[in-house]
Design a binder for this molecule. Structure first.
Ligand SMILES: CC(C)(COP(=O)(O)OP(=O)(O)OC[C@H]1O[C@@H](n2cnc3c(N)ncnc32)[C@H](O)[C@@H]1OP(=O)(O)O)[C@@H](O)C(=O)NCCC(=O)NCCS
Length: 164
């Protein structure tokens, strides 16, 4: 299997959204239960492409199988901070693709000039937390009961990586 990692293009928008939708509908790993509206996703991708904000997609057989977005945090005083959000389609997990995707996104974020990358991970998502720790993210705290899905509360662990 040959997976390519590259900055997203506008033409990938629908395929990116479809991948997010699959992972969101699993209702276990990301803080969405379905993909955002297409207009919102179009605007997000167009902005990332135009401004060069890191958004790496993993492509296999011409299809988007995963993503790792690192757009800047919304506050003007946090323009040096990238907010990381990633996922892989279920059938591609556990083969080292997530780690390669994440390392590529970190490289792009460092090249962009972010000094800090932060993210939130469900406390139950031990695989993702282990991956983040492996590449240098450190736990900074817990947002207790921050997520409620299907009547189940999840704590959200905040992790971050500072650039050298
Ligand atoms: C989290 C995710 C991106 C990891 O990608 P992946 O391709 O499955 O992971 P990899 O095969 O690259 O593994 C890299 C590291 O992640 C950790 N990891 C991966 N799967 C794991 C598992 N089942 N249990 C524990 N650690 C695991 C390990 O540290 C592993 O390194 P190792 O092989 O040296 O032990 C992927 O599983 C995924 O998309 N999950 C659903 C969506 C999600 O959780 N997104 C993140 C939200 S914060």
């Amino acid at each position: 299997m040959s997976v390519e990692f590259r900055q997203i293009e506008v033409a990938d928008t629908d395929a990116f959204r479809a991948a997010v939708d699959v992972v969101a509908r699993e209702r276990k790993y990301i803080a969405l239960v379905e993909a955002p509206a297409i207009e919102q996703v179009r605007a997000f991708v167009a902005r990332n492409v135009k401004r060069g904000y890191p958004q790496i997609v993993a492509i296999e057989g011409g299809a988007v199988i995963g993503w790792c977005n690192v757009p800047p945090a919304s506050r003007a005083v946090s323009a040096h901070v990238g907010d990381l959000f990633m996922g892989l389609l279920p059938e591609f997990r556990g083969r080292g693709i997530g780690e390669r995707l994440l390392r590529q996104a970190i490289q792009a974020s460092d090249a962009f000039g972010f000094r800090r990358i932060e993210l939130g991970v469900f406390a139950s998502n031990t695989a993702a937390a282990a991956l983040y720790r492996k590449v240098g993210f450190v736990e900074e705290g817990t947002r207790r009961m921050a997520i409620l899905v299907d009547g189940i509360y999840h704590d959200e662990i905040i992790m971050a990586r500072l650039s050298a």
